[in-house]
Design a protein around this ligand. Structure first.
Ligand SMILES: Cc1ncc(COP(=O)(O)O)c(C=O)c1O
Length: 396
């Protein structure tokens, strides 16, 4: 083996070739092993809400690691209870709501899927609906909820009883009958190119699920915790769901997921019905609580909303020939391109020192830390349009 460790020699090939080896981060920047500096406008795919090595985040990790990092779920801990209380308050689930802690978005959705099954069994309803274009994770249950055949087909058979419908009000109205146990939706479908669901869709979904006795499960793994310019994406539609799933930005960089159940779904789990060794560990919970505290004290939800508008206006103002629009909300934006060159644009940006990604061939996703200000936006615009110019220059 050579002295320089390479991912391709050591790791399974599930992520393809790695772009660089990153060794350090500070604020909105990261550095690779060769000392190259990047502006991180992807935040580990909507995770690093406070950027990298935020002093409060670092202090929280150290404090809790030096106090109590892990105990079994035969016990509860103050950080876990405090975080559950905060999430119930922020989500509007209130004192009748209950939280199940997991370690990732997929796991939070597995918990939600189990709630949906328990609800369905209790009510004699066998089918769960999810949306075309939806993404809910890579574990088998979450994959069954995910619509993309490229992700699903190699792993079939997947858990059954799940049907996908178009994300339109018409499709919803014709599919959501009395046999449906639950409907899973994301307020913005991040993985298919940052596509927001209309508020009308969310409102109708709430009305119909309530009328027909189905649970409305909202996957806020990507949109939640300030990312889309509100604590939760569903709040813009003025509705409350039955179940909400969270991960990514909640931990700001430590692995944590949460499944928040509103009454009556809050009463569905019973002893032995679900569990995970690491779920709700005091280390992740204390760090997540600290992330939420900083988001609140530094007005970062509002910052996400305002900076998202600022970024959108600045991108459109340039009238670049490669760009035909911007969609999304807050700091979860998709830049729509006039051609299918998003992967090339992302590569050109990376070469220039900017990290973004392409969830679709003609869409570039921007999801910077919620702490960005004028300086980071200026740096982004310079690098992004230099990359876009390169692509236009290359196009015959
Ligand atoms: C909406 C949504 N749900 C679930 C997941 C899965 O989360 P994780 O990768 O933490 O399992 C993701 C990840 O991108 C997501 O965007």
């Amino acid at each position: 083996m050579s002295d320089v460790l390479a991912g391709s020699d050591l790791l399974t090939n599930s992520y393809g070739e790695s772009f660089a080896q990153l060794v350090r981060g500070e604020g909105c920047h990261v550095w690779d092993v060769d000392g190259k500096r990047y502006l991180d406008f992807l935040s580990g795919i909507a995770v690093n809400a406070l950027g990298h090595a935020h002093p409060a985040f670092v202090a929280a990790v150290c404090e809790q690691a030096a106090t109590l990092a892990h105990v079994s779920n035969f016990f509860v801990t103050p950080p876990q209870l405090k975080l559950a209380n905060t999430l119930l308050r922020l989500s509007g689930a209130g004192e009748d709501g209950r939280v199940f802690f997991a370690n990732s978005g997929a796991e939070a959705n597995e918990a939600a899927l189990k709630l949906a099954r328990l609800h369905g069994q209790a009510q004699g309803k066998s089918t769960i609906l999810a949306l075309g274009g939806g993404f809910h994770g890579r574990t088998m249950g979450a994959l069954a909820l995910t619509s993309n055949p490229k992700y699903r087909e190699p792993f079939e058979p997947l858990p059954g009883g799940i049907e996908h419908i178009d994300p339109t009000v018409e499709a919803l109205e014709s599919a959501l009958d009395d046999t449906i146990a639950a409907l899973f939706v994301e307020p913005i479908q991040g993985e298919v190119g940052v596509k927001p669901l209309s508020e009308e869709f969310l409102v109708r979904a709430r009305e119909l699920t309530a009328e027909r006795g189905a649970l409305l499960v909202i996957d806020e793994v990507q949109t939640g915790i300030g990312r889309a310019g509100g604590w939760f994406g569903f709040q813009a539609a003025g509705i409350l769901p039955d179940v909400v799933t969270l991960a990514k930005g909640l931990g700001g960089g430590v692995p944590i997921g949460a499944c928040i159940a509103y009454e009556p779904a809050a009463s569905l789990f019973y002893p032995g019905s679900h569990g995970t060794t690491f779920g709700g560990n005091p280390l992740s919970c204390h760090v997540a609580q600290t992330v939420l505290d900083v988001i609140a004290s530094d007005n970062l939800v509002e910052n996400a909303r305002v900076r998202g508008e600022q970024l959108t206006a600045a991108i459109l103002e340039r009238s670049h020939p490669l760009i035909r629009g911007v969609r999304g909300k807050g700091l979860l934006l998709g830049v729509l391109l006039t051609e299918d060159v998003a992967p090339a644009l992302v590569a050109a940006a990376r070469e220039l020192g900017l990290i973004i990604n392409s969830p679709a061939p003609n869409v570039v996703r921007i999801a910077p830390p919620l702490i960005i200000g004028d300086e980071e936006i200026e740096e982004f615009l310079t690098l992004f349009f230099a990359a876009a110019d390169r692509i236009v220059g290359d196009t015959p």
